[in-house]
Structure formats: structure tokens, C-alpha cells
Design a protein around this ligand. Structure first.
Ligand code: HEM
Length: 472
């Protein structure tokens, strides 16, 4: 892969900045990213120069090269300080993807700093990882209960048969409920938090302020749990590393909130879509009762983290047909690599065995930690499985190629997942009222303060009772 370990780029090899680049984020990319990856691959080979909001970057398309970038941390660094264009002040000041990369947390650490943070993380999350501990068992029971309650509320709101948005009415509230419980939030996280995470990841116009709001909420949570420890990941992080400041813990929680809410939610929706659109192998593993395999196959077909975090070259290195120069920015594409893998090893499509070659969890030292993977497999399997347990009929109300995908360079996720459904049994809804005090809530704009309406409102009242949101 790297035949010239310490060579410098030959003078006649074109630097990234000198190449004409096509913008990656176009309407075509939103609807058919696979077509764009294929075109880039035909034109440039395994690595292509592209424009990201006007800034040139290398997009890594082939499976072998993506693995190399993910695994070789001595060449491919995570810390944004290695990015030459940033160090030289050549980035537009409001470049929308920078806000997220400036948040210094475990994902963007290298070497010892990274290993230490990962160990702390592992110690804190491990008790929740599987059902063999009290914490893990209770979390599993809670997730199953939440899914049933959400389906019950959907029935109460929209009837035994009707139309629903499984993203807004099922998946997003479910992940907010789980986050609230796992992080030990004294009241619910609002849907504005989810929208702020979207804004940051998708490079929305207000990505900077959105990142600031989400970080501030997580820092408040860290301070709250330092004062009042509980049986939750936030408190366990402080136990595992008492030297963590509120600000640093807030940054770690912030990044976990991204994965737990947005990425895991998209994995639920993307898996549902693969089943509903009739992906034969995904359906087959589902009907064989292999729900974990269903999720793996869906991750292979459509990974929610389509393009992984940027890496920065530590030195000049050849990749694909190009010389990447020290300090260049590189975006490894799991989605493009999967297409490459399926093309090379197309037997995977029909095989009933391993699909674990997928890069949906990343690979190498920054791969999604084992405890987090176990946790999200459980969440996705439960969420997807319960839909098909409860609904006797569920079908997309839009043709698959007209589903509304978000536009962004990182995440492949739906804005809505509109379905027509019929429920089997009746689902009684029990919504107890109990007082609670606020810490982190952001009532949605359409809702009266303290009393958000609709399904999410009912859900909140179920979890926390009625209360006025309070912003400390
Ligand atoms: C289906 C859901 C999930 C998927 C598809 C997923 C995917 C990923 C991927 C692709 C990476 C590597 C990113 C890169 O190398 O650029 C990653 C890292 C990470 N994920 Fe997950 N993840 C999921 C759920 C979760 C959950 C629920 C949590 C936390 C509760 C979590 C915590 C993390 C952390 C802390 C890292 C950073 C690891 C490091 O930098 O060492 N993930 N995840």
C-alpha cells in the first residue's frame, strides 16, 4: 500500500489545491450518492479530489485504501491541528464543517491522549453494554418498554391503521428517551438538540451557533451530575476519570449524543427502509429471525456514517493515483468502500454468512468502541424488531427513490420515514402525570411552553409529567 514510506511527493505530482475539483454536495449526491462515487472512481481511481463547501479535500473511495487510512494512525492523524490549510489560515472563517472539528474530544485525539480517553470511556459505558449487569438489564427493559409505549402512543394519536412518520414519531423520540436515561438527564433532551446536531453534521448555515448550544447543554449536564451523581454514563465518566472538567466531559457527552441520537437513529431508519423497500437479503435475514444480521446487511447497503471523520496526512504519502501531501485533508468514504466491496465480493449479497466486513462502525484505533457497538446493536435490533412485531402491515408511502434524504457530507439519514401501517392488537396508552424540574429542555417552537403538543408531548408527559422548562 505504501511502497515509499518516507518519500516526499515528486515535484511534478499535482498538489490538491492545484486540481480542478467538483463539489461533492449537489442535488445529484443527495438523491444518488452511489452514482456520484462511481463516477468519481471511474475518473480518478481509488482517491478523488472533491470540493466540500468550497474547500478541496481527498475523498477515499476504494475499500483497500479506506482501510489503510483508518488503520494506519501514524500516517493518518485525527487532530485538526495537522491540517495545513487551517494552520495557514486559508479556510473561509465560517466554513461550516469546522465548528464540529474544533470541539476537542476523544474522536479528535491521537496517540496517548486518545488511548487514555478511550479507556475512561470504556470503563464508564461497559456496565450498560449487555444484559449481564443490573444497569445493562434495566436499560434493555427500558428500551423495550419505550418502543412499546411509542407504538401505543402512535395508535392513540393516529389510530389502529393510518399514516405515520416513523422517523419523527418513533425513532427520534425513542433515541431521546434512551439518551435521557443513559446520560442521566434530569428532564428530557429536547428535539432542538437533535436539530442542532443535524445542523453541525450537515454543515448548515448556523452550524457554529448550533454546536455552541448543544455543547452548552452537555456542559450543564456534566456540572449537574458532578453535584448529584447517579446511575448513568455521565456520573460513571466522572468516576472513571475524576480529573475531567465539566467542559471536557461536556465535549465528550456532546460527541456521544451525536452517535446515540443521530447516528443510531439513522441506523434504525436505514434498516427499516432496506426492509420496506424490499432489499431481498435484508428481508431474508429478518424473516429468518437474524435481526443482528439484518442490521449488518443494512449497514453494508447504506451506512449512516457514510463518510467518516477527516484524517490529516502526517507526511507525504501515495494513495491511489495521487501523492497526498503532509497536512492534506482526507475523507474516507465507508459508503463508497462498501460499493467497491460488493462489486469485488458480490457473493456477500446472497450469502447468509458474514457481512462483518462493513465499515459502518469504522475500523482501526478510532473504531466505534465495543461497548457502544453492543449498545447500539441492541437498540437498533429492538427498535426494528418491535416495529415488525407490532405492525401487521407497514409500507412506504413514497417510492424508494423519492424518500427525503438529508443533504450533508457525513450522514446518510432521512428527514422523514413516511409509512402506511396497520397494527395487530390494541395498544393501550398510559400517560402518568408526575412533577419534574427542568435542566436541558428546549420546547419546540410550535409548542406552548412546558406543554409540547402531539405525540412527543404525550411522550414527555409519560416520562416526566408536566412541568415548566427551566434554563439555568
Ligand atoms: C448504529 C449506531 C452507530 C454507528 C453506525 C456508529 C459508527 C461509528 C463510526 C463509523 C465511528 C468511527 C468514526 C471514524 O473513525 O471516523 C464511531 C466512533 C465512535 N462511536 Fe459509534 N456508532 C454508533 C453508535 C454509537 C453509540 C450509541 C455511541 C455511544 C453511546 C457511540 C460512540 C462512539 C465513540 C465514542 C466513537 C469514537 C471512538 C474513537 O474515536 O476512539 N457510537 N462510531
Amino acid at each position: 500500500m505504501d511502497p515509499h514510506p518516507f518519500a516526499t511527493a515528486p515535484a511534478d505530482s499535482p498538489p490538491l489545491e492545484s486540481l480542478p475539483v467538483e463539489p461533492l454536495l449537489t442535488a445529484e449526491f443527495d438523491t444518488d450518492p452511489g452514482g456520484v462515487y462511481e463516477r468519481l472512481r471511474r475518473r480518478y481511481g481509488p482517491v478523488a479530489p472533491v470540493g466540500l463547501f468550497g474547500v478541496p479535500a481527498w475523498l477515499v473511495l476504494d475499500y483497500r485504501e479506506v482501510l489503510e487510512v483508518l488503520r494506519n494512525e501514524s500516517v493518518w492523524r485525527r487532530d485538526v491541528k495537522h491540517w495545513r490549510a487551517r494552520a495557514e489560515g486559508r479556510l473561509p472563517p465560517d466554513w461550516p464543517l469546522l465548528a464540529g472539528y474544533e470541539v476537542r474530544q476523544m474522536m479528535f485525539f491521537d496517540d496517548d491522549e486518545h488511548r487514555h480517553a478511550r479507556q475512561t470511556y470504556h470503563t464508564a459505558v461497559r456496565p450498560f453494554q449487555d444484559g449481564s449487569t443490573r444497569q445493562g438489564y434495566e436499560l434493555r427493559s427500558a428500551v423495550a418498554r419505550y418502543t412499546d409505549e411509542l407504538v401505543g402512543m402512535l395508535a392513540a394519536e393516529s389510530g389502529q391503521a393510518g399514516f405515520a412518520d416513523l422517523a419523527a414519531q418513533y425513532t427520534r423520540p425513542l433515541l431521546l428517551m434512551i439518551t435521557t436515561r443513559l446520560f442521566g438527564c434530569p428532564v428530557e433532551l429536547g428535539d432542538e438538540l437533535v436539530m442542532d446536531l443535524w445542523r453541525m453534521l450537515d454543515g448548515g448555515a448556523d452550524a457554529g451557533p448550533a454546536t455552541g448550544r448543544a455543547l452548552a447543554a452537555m456542559t450543564r449536564l456534566a456540572a449537574h451530575r458532578r453535584a448529584l451523581p447517579g446511575d448513568d454514563v455521565t456520573s460513571y465518566m466522572l468516576l472513571a476519570d475524576p480529573t475531567l472538567s465539566d467542559e471536557q466531559l461536556g465535549r465528550e457527552l456532546f460527541m456521544n449524543a451525536v452517535y446515540l441520537n443521530d447516528i443510531t437513529g439513522n441506523m434504525v431508519c436505514n434498516t427499516l427502509v432496506e426492509v420496506l423497500r424490499g432489499n431481498a437479503t435484508v428481508r431474508r435475514s429478518l424473516s429468518a429471525g437474524m435481526i443482528g444480521e439484518t442490521v449488518n446487511r443494512a449497514a453494508l447497503a447504506n451506512p449512516p456514517v457514510a463518510n467518516l471523520c477527516f484524517r490529516f496526512a502526517a507526511r507525504d504519502v501515495r494513495l491511489g493515483r495521487f501523492w497526498i501531501r503532509a497536512g492534506d485533508i482526507v475523507s474516507p468514504s465507508a459508503a463508497a468502500a462498501h460499493r467497491d466491496l460488493l462489486a469485488i465480493d458480490s457473493h456477500i449479497v446472497d450469502s447468509t454468512v458474514s457481512t462483518r466486513a462493513h465499515l459502518g462502525w469504522g475500523a482501526g484505533p478510532h473504531q466505534c468502541p465495543a461497548a457502544a457497538r453492543e449498545l447500539s446493536n441492541m437498540i437498533v435490533s429492538t427498535a426494528v424488531g418491535r416495529v415488525f412485531d407490532h405492525f401487521t402491515r407497514v409500507e412506504l408511502t413514497l417510492p424508494h427513490d423519492q424518500l427525503p434524504w438529508r443533504s450533508g457530507p457525513v450522514v446518510r439519514g432521512l428527514r422523514l420515514l413516511p409509512v402506511r401501517y396497520e397494527l395487530g392488537d390494541s395498544h393501550p396508552v398510559h400517560i402518568p402525570e408526575a412533577p419534574a424540574s427542568g435542566l436541558l429542555s428546549h420546547a419546540p417552537a410550535h409548542a406552548a411552553p412546558g406543554r409540547p403538543g402531539g405525540l412527543l408531548g404525550a411522550l414527555r408527559r409519560f416520562m416526566f409529567g408536566t412541568r415548566k422548562p427551566h434554563h439555568p
